[in-house]
Design a binder for this molecule. Structure first.
Ligand code: TRP
Ligand code: SF4
Length: 329
């Protein structure tokens, strides 16, 4: 046992990840590996809550996502990487938790209401979709995680998790710590069109984007909307391209671009070209690792199997305590 605090987080498999996923979550996961005992998993059952009509892509998306995780530096020697549906204990704990979760807690969930509206083309009036946070609670407390690194949109789910854990402990016996959300600071990277970078908007740059693809996509990026002609001074503070420079370019170049843009000393076309090259350079090592795993898919399976085995050990132990607590062992 290490004295490290345990954190756990999951991601629904959406296929190849993009820069928004990376800077929004993954980059933080990679950093946290030193400080925490980390569990990261593919929430493939959660994908089923919205994709139950056609689940055929979930399996392949899961593998793609794990390849991205490994490529950006999640290290199976440091972190336990696993797949939710491989640990059947999650289903048992979910079932037990549903018994003690009041429906109004779920109906009040702001993410629930929001998603129903956002995904209006899907019929989400299902039991499983309403119960989404209960499954998430099972994921989290199964491993007795102390912290859950998530974006703001997921905070209500961690809050419901705490309430469920508290209710379980109160009704039976103290088994679960109440996990805390760890809100991650993320740089503000938008999509090509200045909306949130999202697969459903088709405005992403994926981690596996080719150099040519990157050049093409970056050339279409929205800049300072006020800057119509090259002679107009620009405002980097409202320019998404500049946000990218701040991440991928050298500090002194960022300062120079900041000054030059304001006095129309640099044009957006050149500015984008420079940024595209920096981005290509930054992604090169990630793509090299990806290539290795694409050529060695068995390695990926091995890593996931080893992670599943580690996760399962903890899950089996927790479920013994749970069955004891409810006097059903
Ligand atoms: N609901 C999370 C999302 O959509 C994914 C998820 C499932 C998760 N189970 C979790 C995140 C447990 C953190 C902990 O992003
Ligand atoms: Fe943005 Fe660069 Fe154009 Fe300035 S010069 S508006 S920073 S793209």
């Amino acid at each position: 046992m290490s004295g490290k605090k345990r954190i756990l987080s999951g991601m629904r498999p959406t296929g190849a990840l993009h820069l928004g996923n990376f800077h929004g979550a993954l980059a933080n996961w990679v950093k946290m590996q030193d400080e925490y005992d980390c569990f990261f998993f593919v929430a493939d059952w959660h994908a089923l809550t919205s994709d139950y009509e056609d689940p055929s892509a979930i399996k392949a998306s899961s593998k793609e996502m794990v390849i991205d995780w490994l490529s950006v530096g999640l290290d199976p020697d440091d972190s336990t990487l696993f797949v939710q549906s491989s640990i059947k204990e999650h289903a048992e704990l979910f079932l037990i938790l549903t018994m003690l979760t009041p429906v109004p807690w779920l109906e009040r969930n702001p993410t629930y209401k929001d998603q129903i509206i956002q995904l209006e083309n899907k019929d989400l009036s299902t039991f499983g979709f309403l119960g989404y946070p209960v499954l998430q609670a099972a994921d989290i407390i199964m491993y007795k995680a102390n912290g859950v690194p998530v974006g703001v949109d997921q905070v209500p789910h961690v809050e419901i998790t705490r309430e469920i854990a508290r209710r379980f402990n109160y009704l039976y016996t103290n088994v679960f710590p109440e996990p805390e959300a760890i809100l991650t600071q993320t740089p503000k990277l938008l999509g090509l069109d200045n909306r949130k970078m999202s697969k459903s908007y088709g405005n992403t740059i994926s981690l596996s984007e080719s150099p040519e693809g990157i050049r093409k996509k970056v050339s279409t990026m929205v800049t300072d909307p006020q800057r119509q002609r090259k002679n107009d001074p620009g405002d980097p503070d409202v320019c998404n391209v500049f946000s990218f420079h701040k991440i991928y370019n050298a500090k002194d170049r960022v300062d120079t671009i900041n000054e030059e843009c304001r006095k129309a000393g640099i044009g957006c076309v050149d500015c984008k070209k420079e940024m595209a090259e920096k981005l290509i350079q930054a992604l090169a090592p990630v793509q090299e690792k990806r290539k290795f795993f694409e050529e060695n898919p068995d390695k990926v399976d091995e890593i996931v199997e080893a992670g599943n085995a580690k996760a399962r050990k903890t899950a089996v132990a927790t479920m013994e305590q749970v069955r004891d607590a409810i006097k059903m062992s």
